[in-house]
Design a protein around this ligand. Structure first.
Ligand code: MOS
Length: 758
């Protein structure tokens, strides 16, 4: 084998604004989402939901439903067939937040838990039959209380991902350091339950062929889903195929499988026909995860001149009764600022709600809302500029893990953000800044998010028509992964982006990364590069051995490949031949190469701290006369390594900032204390930021390659844009109104207490 080939493409596609290659398919309605695939004899399934949140199913009357026209079956615990429990596998696949298989017992833990499944020839018949199923229960009062006191759990808690220590991080003597600190802050910050609302509803189309199960599902992790289903149905892994061609966004709700998926598979097995089950928007609020409520006490101790001496972050989150999930609010706490004495400790409290799960920036997003809010309050207390307070506490290393940062340019983010926003002209006095009859509020916040790689494999082909193909079993959840792979292959092979076919979203492809944790892009880079190198190696072998090749008498080591051309190094590229011509001359349809890279995310002893950084500067306008609070302008600077596609990248950050506006001002899932139902479970009552709420957003990337992550130096950008936005907005709101809001979302009645005149 020749050594790794140095390819230098003069006009690399990496780093250039590139419209999404799947855009035309999407805008023409030709992109096939999971529930779009038609199958002969397809049946429709609609689940029956529990209408209590705590108790036992006593009796289920299905006889009326069974007699309805078009109904094939009403499934329940006694006729659904065996569905096994799945567990986490040594390869870290098999993740699910709700471990109990559907219909496993009669215990009702949350409102909307599935108690039966109606299957019929049409969706309408299945819905009518589901509505006709009658259930009686023994009820207990549900616990959906919003005040969170940690349950009396052991210090090591069992979770769906294994045992976890509740003492998350500790150094120095934070209690005593706080007690003797000249300046102290002790505040509690609350974030509500939020529900993911991707436009594409969740659903499964399942079909069996003997002992082989194929499903179409909008999954953020097809290989994980395959592992869970193989376990639940007692199948060899290779007998399960998961296909996910397009995802209408997920935000984390589609990372891990939920109970409806196994129900659809079981129904298809029992009936011997393909079955499609698509959830309603209401069900999306009940049974496919949400961001848990958090209550976070932050204590800061500082010197008079603003140096942190103690940081304590104690947080409680709610969790469902089955209790597998853990929200890591402390992820960014231990390394973000330099502080010699620190403790991060957490607890959970069980509620009669569906399982929480990861939602965009899980843990760090609510966590940084709390810690960055505390930093802003401390700055006000010290009368130090909040940017300056952060500069004063910039760490040299990751003090939580005692290792260097791979690449950290947080201070440059702050400096550039402040410049672009004109932060220097801020008057810190409350209510002092006005424009066009409105009071202006200015606030800022830092942001951080994890970086790294999942293990990944890929395959690259170079074809005789001059095109390339790349295949990887990852998925594009709307973030631009198709385009990223095309750009990577184009960079390596010189094939124009529009001539690279990208194949994703299928467990029959080489295993690819989960689309989660903002890690997919960083993970695919080395695997795709390795695959492309190997395809080029194969090409050079063909060049030196293939009959008909003009390089037949050369050694592969004397050949080079650059910008799609093979040539003799000594002669230069002008005397070379395009790979397409070479393949045609040697009568070859294609050459291919496989590539592989290891992950970093399960590194127990990492050598460097891999994170992305950023900051937001926010302007709000407050019009007290009409009680109108609006986020007007946001400047966001992000340090996320090399940006492969800045066009899609800026778009990701803009979307996250808009989501942050929703987090600060609107999003809040409310549970009825009587029956435990999420009561604003529709897009009219669950308010999210829409176009009319979107501020002017100026996104800037620093673009420092982080070669500890991959050869391109690209980290990820899916989540970091949301981190910190809410803390900047609450700070800006305080600056305009004098009202300090510590529980999200900010309600208009909170700021009505403002006494600042226009
Ligand atoms: Mo993200 S919450 O890892 O989809």
């Amino acid at each position: 084998m020749p050594a790794t080939i140095e390819t230098t493409t003069i006009n690399s596609a990496i780093g250039r604004d590139t419209p999404r290659i799947d855009g035309p398919l999407k805008v023409c309605g030709k992109a096939m989402y999971a529930s779009d695939f038609p199958f002969p004899g397809l049946l429709y399934a609609v689940p029956v939901e529990a209408t209590i949140a705590n108790g036992k199913l006593q009796r289920l009357n299905t006889s009326d439903a069974e007699k309805m026209p078009g109904v094939r079956a009403i499934f329940h615990r006694r006729n659904i067939g065996k569905i096994f429990r799945s567990v986490l596998q040594p390869n870290n696949r098999g993740i699910a937040d709700e471990r109990r298989p559907p219909l496993a017992d009669d215990v009702i833990c949350y409102y909307g838990q599935y108690i039966a499944l109606a299957v019929a020839d049409t969706f309408e018949a299945a819905k009518a039959a589901a509505d006709a199923v009658r259930a009686t229960y023994t009820k207990r009062k549900p616990n959906v209380a919003v005040d969170l006191q940690p349950d009396n759990e052991a210090e090591v808690v069992e979770t769906a991902r294994g045992p976890l220590n509740r003492l998350q991080s500790q150094r120095g003597d934070p209690e005593n350091a706080l007690a003797s600190a000249p300046v102290k802050l002790d505040q509690t910050y609350v974030t509500p339950i939020e529900t993911h609302n991707p436009i594409e509803l969740q659903g499964t189309t399942a079909m069996w062929d003997g002992q082989t199960l194929t499903i179409y599902e909008e999954s953020q992790a097809v290989f994980n889903l395959r592992s869970v289903l193989a376990q639940m149905f007692g199948l060899p892994t290779e007998n399960v195929r998961v296909i996910t061609k397009f995802v209408g966004s997920g935000f984390g709700s589609k990372l891990w499988p939920w109970t409806h998926c196994a129900l659809a598979c079981a129904a298809a097995r029992q009936l011997g026909k393909p079955v499609k089950l698509v959830l309603s928007r209401r069900m999306m609020f009940q049974s496919v995860g949400h961001r848990p409520r958090t209550q976070q006490r932050v204590r800061l101790g500082a010197t008079e001149d603003g140096k942190l001496v103690s940081l304590m972050h104690d947080y409680v989150t709610d969790v469902d009764m089955l209790g597998g999930y853990r929200e890591n609010c402390g992820e960014a706490t231990s390394y973000f600022y330099s502080v010699p004495n620190l403790r991060v400790h957490w607890g959970r409290t069980h509620r009669n709600i569906g399982s929480p799960t990861a939602m965009r920036g899980p843990g760090a997003v609510p966590g940084l809302y709390a810690t960055e809010s505390a930093m802003n309050e401390l700055a006000d207390q010290l009368k130090i500029d909040p940017v300056q307070l952060r500069v004063l506490n910039e760490p040299k290393i990751d003090e939580g893990k005692d290792i260097p940062f791979s690449s950290r340019h947080y201070l440059e983010c702050l400096q550039l953000g402040a410049e672009r926003f004109d932060w220097a002209s801020r008057n810190p006095e409350i209510g002092s800044m006005k424009r066009d009859g409105a009071i202006l509020g200015w606030g800022m916040s830092g942001a951080a998010w994890i970086a790294g790689r999942f293990p990944a494999q890929a395959n690259v082909e170079l074809r005789e028509d001059g095109t390339a193909r790349v295949a990887c079993g990852t998925q594009d959840i709307g973030t631009g992964t198709y385009t990223i792979l095309a750009l990577l292959v184009s960079d390596k092979t010189g094939v124009p982006v529009n001539k690279v076919e990208v194949v994703l979203g299928d467990t029959s492809l080489p295993p690819g990364p989960t689309s989660g944790g903002s890690l997919a892009t960083g993970s695919v880079v080395p695997a795709v590069f390795d695959a492309a190198d190997n395809a080029i190696n194969s090409l050079l072998t063909v060049a030196t051995t293939g009959p008909g090749s003009p390089f037949e008498n050369q050694k592969t080591d004397d050949l080079a490949f650059e910008a799609g051309r093979v040539f003799v190094k000594a002669a230069g590229p002008a005397k070379g031949m395009s790979f397409a011509d070479l393949l045609r001359r040697t009568n070859m349809a294609l050459v291919s190469g496989s590539g592989k890279s290891e992950g970093t995310v399960d590194d127990k002893k990492p050598k460097v701290s891999l994170h992305s950084y950023g900051c937001h500067f926010v302007e709000i306008t407050w019009q007290p006369a009409v009680a109108r609070l609006r986020v007007n302008r946001v400047v966001t600077v992000i340090d996320a390594g090399r940006i492969i596609n800045p066009l899609a990248g800026r778009n990701q950050i803009e979307g996250a900032v808009v989501m942050g506006v929703g987090m600060a001002l609107l999003e809040h899932t409310i549970y009825d204390p009587q029956n435990g139902a999420p009561i604003n479970s529709n897009l009219a009552d669950y308010l999210m930021a829409v176009n009319a709420d979107a501020p002017t957003i100026d996104v800037h990337f620093l673009d420092y390659p982080d070669k500890d992550v991959n050869p391109v130096g690209a980290r990820g950008i899916g989540e970091i844009g949301l981190a910190g936005v809410a803390a900047a907005i609450t700070a800006a709101t305080y600056h305009a109104t004098g009202v300090r809001v510590r529980e999200l979302p900010i309600r208009i009645e909170d700021v009505l207490t403002s006494s600042i005149p226009t």
